[in-house]
Ligand binder design. Structure first.
Ligand SMILES: [Zn+2]
Length: 266
C-alpha cells in the first residue's frame, strides 16, 4: 500500500477562519491587523492492492471563473498551476480519474468536493448527515450566500453515493472514522502503513496544529462546537493508541513537511 499526497494549490483567507480569535482586539491594541494567509489544498491517493482509493477531490479549476459564488471567491480565492490540477497530480503517479475505484469524501465543502464530476463511475462514500445538510442548504434558497461553504453543483453530481453513519474498515489497513463538528458529519481516514507507521487524515476536523493544542482551539467555521472538541479528543486518543502521525488539512507550515507526489508514504 502506498499513500500519495496530491498537491491541489492553495486558498487564501483570514487566519481567523482556521484558528478562531487568532487576532483579537485589546484595550492596548483596539484595531489589530488581521492576518491574510495561504492554506494548502490537497487530496490523498491510497494505492491499495484491493482498490485505488481517493480521499477528497480538491478545488475545481473553474472555481474562480464562475463555479464558486462571488462571496466565496472573495473570502477564499483559489490559486493553482496546471500541474496542481487533480488530473495532473493523478497522472504524476501513473493514473487517470477512471482508474479510481473508490472516493471517500471528508465532507462536501467547496475545497473538497470540487472535482467529483471526474468520478461518476466510482463508489463515493459520504457522511449521511453532511450530505443531507449540504443538500438542504443548497436547495432551500436559490441565493448562494445562504449555502455556507457548499456549492450546489457539487451536491448534484450524479455519483454512486454510499451513505456512511459509523466508523468502518474500508479495506484492510484503511479505517474510516467519524469526526463531526466542522459540519454535521466529517469522515477522517486512518491508514496503517508498513514503513511509515500509522497516518491519520482528519481533514477539516483539524485544520492546523494550532487547533490541536493541547489545549485545542476552535476553528472559525463550525457547525457544532461540542462535537468539534470531542472529535479532536477522539483523534488524540487514536494517535496515542496507534503512535500515529496527524496530517493537518490546511496548515501551510505542516504541508511544507509533507511528502508530495510522486513521492509517497508506504
Ligand atoms: Zn477545507
Amino acid at each position: 500500500m502506498k499513500v500519495f499526497i496530491l498537491d491541489n494549490g492553495y486558498l487564501e483567507c483570514d487566519s481567523n477562519h482556521m484558528v478562531a480569535m487568532n487576532t483579537c482586539a485589546t484595550v492596548n491594541e483596539k484595531a489589530p491587523v488581521h492576518q491574510w494567509i495561504k492554506i494548502p489544498v490537497y487530496a490523498v491517493l491510497i494505492d491499495h492492492p484491493h482498490a485505488k482509493i481517493l480521499y477528497d477531490t480538491g478545488c475545481p479549476p473553474t472555481a474562480m471563473e464562475g463555479k464558486w459564488p462571488l462571496n466565496l471567491t472573495t473570502l477564499f480565492p483559489y490559486t493553482f498551476t496546471p500541474e496542481q490540477r487533480l488530473e495532473s497530480q493523478l497522472q504524476k503517479v501513473g493514473y487517470q480519474p477512471k482508474d479510481i475505484d473508490i472516493v471517500v469524501m471528508s465532507h462536501m465543502h467547496l475545497d473538497h468536493a470540487g472535482n467529483l464530476d471526474l468520478f461518476t463511475h466510482a463508489d463515493v462514500y459520504v457522511h449521511r448527515d453532511d450530505f443531507c445538510y449540504g443538500l438542504m442548504l443548497t436547495h432551500q434558497n436559490p441565493d448562494p450566500a445562504t449555502h455556507g461553504a457548499y456549492v450546489r453543483a457539487d451536491l448534484e453530481v450524479p455519483c454512486k453515493f454510499k451513505m456512511v453513519d459509523d466508523d468502518f474498515e474500508l479495506v484492510p489497513g484503511v479505517e474510516v472514522i467519524n469526526l463531526p463538528g466542522h459540519t454535521p458529519g466529517v469522515l477522517g481516514i486512518m491508514v496503517h502503513l508498513q514503513n511509515s507507521g500509522t497516518l491519520i487524515f482528519p481533514m477539516d476536523a483539524l485544520y492546523q496544529r494550532g487547533n490541536y493544542g493541547p489545549p485545542p482551539r476552535m476553528s472559525g467555521i463550525i457547525y457544532d462546537s461540542i462535537s468539534f472538541f470531542k472529535s479532536i479528543e477522539k483523534i488524540r486518543k487514536l494517535a496515542q493508541k496507534n503512535n500515529a502521525q496527524i496530517m493537518f488539512s490546511h496548515d501551510m507550515e505542516f504541508f511544507k513537511t509533507m511528502r508530495l507526489a510522486p513521492f509517497y508514504y508506504d
